[in-house]
Design a protein around this ligand. Structure first.
Ligand code: ATP
Ligand code: MG
Length: 200
């Protein structure tokens, strides 16, 4: 089995996340993509992050129409800070030996990867598939991948996708400004946000 992992704050999950996951899934013939919303994200200012349960519920709404997608709550269920290294170890215990994991990351995360807890161990636990995001230099991105491969023997492939200039920050700002987020997030996610008065 080849399993893709999409980890993130997902505050909220948007069409960029979904498009990237589906493009990667079909390109790399992955059997499944797990979406893993973070619990208390170590990298973000905690005060400003929406409650994990709301973020998980929105991910569930967003993935329900794709049989290859699954929302999992292992990080949300864990108390305290969540680290990818722990998540990967837990996932290895849940799937048969020999299962290959492919962690999908955007350019921002590529540049930041060494700040992850136990990064060298993470590289041993999973492969990575890296995609570009607007606002990052292609050269810096490629150089970084070469560096991570040579210094850490990281198995990171890059995959070219149409650049998608959409972020959760952009979605949150639009809601605050009372502007439409239709077509930027899944329809059910939009309804969930309205119903729960999020990001106002
Ligand atoms: P925020 O603006 O709050 O940081 P975000 O849009 O960056 O939100 P995250 O939940 O932080 O979303 O990102 C989760 C993962 O998805 C990261 O690996 C990130 O690089 C990737 N990602 C998010 N949006 C895109 C996009 N438009 N194109 C490619 N990758 C993306
Ligand atoms: Mg981000």
């Amino acid at each position: 089995m080849k399993i893709g992992i999409c980890g993130g704050t997902f505050d909220p999950i948007h069409l960029g996340h979904l498009a990237v996951a589906e493009l990667v899934r079909s390109e790399f013939d992955l059997d499944k993509i797990l979406f893993v919303p973070s619990g208390m994200p170590p990298h973000k200012n905690l005060k400003n992050v929406t409650a994990p349960i709301h973020r998980l519920n929105m991910v569930k709404c967003a993935v329900s129409s794709n049989p290859y997608f699954e929302a999992i709550s292992i990080e949300v269920d864990r108390s305290g800070y969540t680290y990818t290294v722990d998540t990967l170890k837990e996932l290895q215990g849940l799937y048969p030996r020999g299962t290959e994991f492919y962690y999908i990351i955007g350019a921002d995360v590529v540049m930041d990867l060494l700040s992850w807890r136990n990064a060298p161990e993470v590289f041993k636990l999973t492969n990575f598939i890296a995609v570009m995001r607007p606002g990052f230099s292609n050269e810096a991105f490629k150089e970084r991948l070469i560096f991570l491969r040579s210094k850490y023997e990281a198995n990171i492939r890059s995959f070219e996708i149409p650049l998608l200039e959409i972020s959760s920050t952009f979605v949150r700002e639009r809601i605050k400004e009372k502007k439409s987020i239709k077509y930027l997030v899944d329809k059910d996610v939009e309804e969930y946000i309205i119903k729960n008065h999020l990001y106002l």
